[in-house]
Design a protein around this ligand. Structure first.
Ligand code: PHE
Length: 371
């Protein structure tokens, strides 16, 4: 076959010396190969898909001088009866192939144009739904706690998660070998007892704030704290606290109790009652654990409060005068109270979450329950 299919198909089968269906199939295979090659060549030289398919359509399918018309006239019509079916079948196959390829490239061209012009799709279709993030339950709880305390004049400060033993322990009246360090003594940076550690509570910010600011002080300190706890349903190596500190010339135990009651009612509902149990923290004196009546049963006893009617909220107390010595505050003139809340605990209790890991696995099925 000559390389130019137009010249080639001007001749009849007899002139080309083709006498068998096999030879006919071969001729058509070669034509198909040539069509495909031209199609690719067009793509190579960068002719636009639209022009390309128009040119190819004219050349191969054109009514007057297209290759397929020439085949009909020169091959099919002049073929001896025994070869006609073979020519007809091959011709139809080739035609179907060419039409399919040209249609595909035309569709592709249309898509490109739509993309370039930004032609909108059906505007009545629903739009692309983007997943909205929400605030994590812990973040929400922080915000609620901050709202409760800023409403009565506290301001919010944050401090470093990497602390020195001085701020985390010593200045809080927890000397080196004090047993109160035992359940906190953890996560030192650069080898044992070096100069830095991950803070085990937010209380160091009591010291940092009083060092910097003159009384009166009224702050809450939200943040992450770290302890060497073995992870289980209610423990992780990191959790969140919010610290509170109020120091002034006239703060009494009544103010402390009032603030605690106000908080409990705001956080758990207006009917909530509180009680104080004696406790011990080196930096408060006296120290207390604050309990509230169970928000689920109202104090009657249920599974949530382990049938006691009470739930433990947080540790607190009046600032130990010994602490004032570390920040050069006058213990004769000043008094105050402090508290430290476990935010994860409070959130879990309030929203009925039973497993700490759920909070941090970032499973959207869990997180979406707290929109
Ligand atoms: N820092 C204490 C703790 O983490 C809590 C606390 C803070 C207690 C302030 C009293 C006053 O356990």
């Amino acid at each position: 076959m000559t390389t130019d299919p137009r010249e080639h198909t001007k001749q009849t089968l007899a002139q080309l010396g083709i006498k068998t269906p096999d030879a006919i199939a071969q001729e058509f295979a070669e034509l198909r190969r040539q069509f495909d090659q031209e199609n690719i060549n067009f793509i190579d030289i960068g002719v636009s898909a639209h022009d390309q398919s128009a040119a190819l359509r004219l050349y191969w399918l054109g009514r007057k001088a297209g290759i397929l018309s020439q085949i009909t006239n020169n091959w099919l019509k002049t073929a001896p009866p025994e070869l006609k079916p073979a020519v007809g079948q091959e011709l139809n196959k080739l035609k179907a192939h060419i039409e399919l390829v040209l249609e595909e490239s035309l569709n592709h061209f249309k898509e490109q144009v739509d993309l370039q012009l930004g032609v909108p799709e059906d505007l009545s279709l629903p739009g692309i739904e983007r997943a909205f993030g929400t605030r994590h339950l812990i973040r929400q709880t922080f915000e609620e706690l901050q709202r409760i305390f800023t409403a009565i004049g506290f301001s919010v400060v944050e401090g470093p998660e990497i602390e020195t033993p001085y701020y985390n322990f010593e200045a809080l009246n927890i000397p080196e070998h004090h047993p109160a360090r035992d359940n906190m003594d953890t996560f030192y940076i650069e080898g044992a007892r070096s100069s830095y550690l991950l803070r085990t509570h937010t209380s160091p910010m009591q010291i940092r704030t009083m060092e910097k600011e003159k009384p009166p002080v009224r702050i809450v300190v939200p943040g992450k704290v770290y302890r060497r706890d073995n992870p289980d349903a209610t423990h992780g190596y990191m959790f969140h606290q919010i610290e509170g500190l109020a120091v002034d010339t006239d703060i009494t135990f009544c103010d402390f109790k009032g603030a605690v009651e106000y908080f409990a009612r705001e956080f758990l509902g207006p009917k909530t009652k509180t009680r104080l149990r004696p406790s011990y923290f080196p930096f408060t004196e006296p120290s207390a654990e604050v309990d509230a009546t169970c928000h689920v049963c109202g104090g009657k006893g249920c599974r949530v409060c382990k049938f006691s009617g009470w739930i433990e909220l947080f540790g607190a107390g009046m600032v130990n005068p010994a602490v004032y010595g570390f920040v050069k505050y006058d213990p004769e003139r000043l008094s105050g109270f402090a508290f430290g809340m476990g935010v994860d605990r409070l959130a879990m209790m309030k929203y009925g979450v039973t497993e700490v890991p759920l909070l941090f696995q970032n499973d959207v099925r869990f997180l979406r329950q707290f929109p």
